[in-house]
Design a protein around this ligand. Sequence first.
Ligand SMILES: C[C@@]1(CC(=O)O)C2=NC(=C\c3[nH]c(c(CCC(=O)O)c3CC(=O)O)Cc3[nH]c(c(CC(=O)O)c3CCC(=O)O)/C=C3\N/C(=C\2)[C@@H](CCC(=O)O)[C@]3(C)CC(=O)O)/[C@H]1CCC(=O)O
Ligand SMILES: NC(=O)c1ccc[n+]([C@@H]2O[C@H](COP(=O)([O-])OP(=O)(O)OC[C@H]3O[C@@H](n4cnc5c(N)ncnc54)[C@H](O)[C@@H]3O)[C@@H](O)[C@H]2O)c1
Length: 228
Amino acid sequence: MPDQNPLFPAFLQLENLRVLLVGGGNVGLEKLTAILRNSPRTAITVVSITLLPELRALAARHPRVQLLQKAFAETDLDAHDLVFAATDDPGLHRAIVAAARPRRLLVNVADTPALCDFYLSSVVVKGQLKIAISTNGKSPTVGKRLRAVLEETLPDELDEVLAQMTIIRGRLAGDFAHKVKSLNAVTAELAGGRAYESPATRRWRRVAIGSLLALGAVVAERMVRSRP
Ligand SMILES: C[C@@]1(CC(=O)O)C2=NC(=C\c3[nH]c(c(CCC(=O)O)c3CC(=O)O)Cc3[nH]c(c(CC(=O)O)c3CCC(=O)O)/C=C3\N/C(=C\2)[C@@H](CCC(=O)O)[C@]3(C)CC(=O)O)/[C@H]1CCC(=O)O
Ligand SMILES: NC(=O)c1ccc[n+]([C@@H]2O[C@H](COP(=O)([O-])OP(=O)(O)OC[C@H]3O[C@@H](n4cnc5c(N)ncnc54)[C@H](O)[C@@H]3O)[C@@H](O)[C@H]2O)c1
């Protein structure tokens, strides 16, 4: 399958790891915000020559974020597990990746797929439910739009369902196979397909898919027309 998305999705216990963020400008602030929104107690070292006031304010609200106002040095990689590079210096990004490789550190370089060991995703949150979306870098904008559609469409009650299922699975007796059978039976309705969609969900699905397809067709046509 030549065209498949080969990325492996996983959900990190980031609060057990140590993160280095290099760059404290606009993009650095975006990365720090994304990390802390998901995993607010993560230990993060931010290394940057300059630090935006908003980033300082965010760090002040998170005791495990440490700010180091200075230029990046290779030794900053020591004692970290993951690295985010978000400066305005592509040469520095290449140097960070080169220094991180022999240390077996995983690196994300903002907006630079060729230098990334992992990509960030659009994240849908409904209580405890979290869905990460990857377009394999094809269009982060589509990821962002899909996030909004899913946030709007997924019923808020899903979080309650999860809470109830946790209680039920804790109470179920019997062997593993019996438990799986019971849990599948209890949740059968959730997987019931379109017949089980609420009218609002059905409408959103049609609107979302319809408008994305229409938009794609318009853009494609314009591009064909504007070709020299
Ligand atoms: C999901 C999200 C997470 C986050 O960053 O937190 C994310 N980008 C987001 C938004 C966004 N990024 C860009 C735009 C402008 C419009 C556009 O270009 O489409 C917008 C839209 C906006 O801001 O509205 C610019 C851009 N991004 C990349 C390139 C380079 C390239 O494509 O070659 C360029 C061109 C730079 C340039 O032209 O200079 C590359 C990457 N961006 C990724 C993640 C990874 C792939 C994710 C995937 O598989 O989809 C990957 C590969 C690596 C990485 O950075 O991790 C977040 C949405 C969060 C949300 O709101 O839900
Ligand atoms: N701001 C955006 O939304 C956006 C969008 C698309 C592309 N970009 C590109 O992304 C890059 C970063 O953008 P930005 O807005 O975050 O820039 P920025 O100037 O706000 O931030 C860059 C940060 O990197 C730090 N830095 C530079 N060299 C360093 C070093 N040697 N050691 C430590 N820190 C160092 C700077 O002190 C600064 O805090 C730029 O190349 C920009 O063109 C930005």
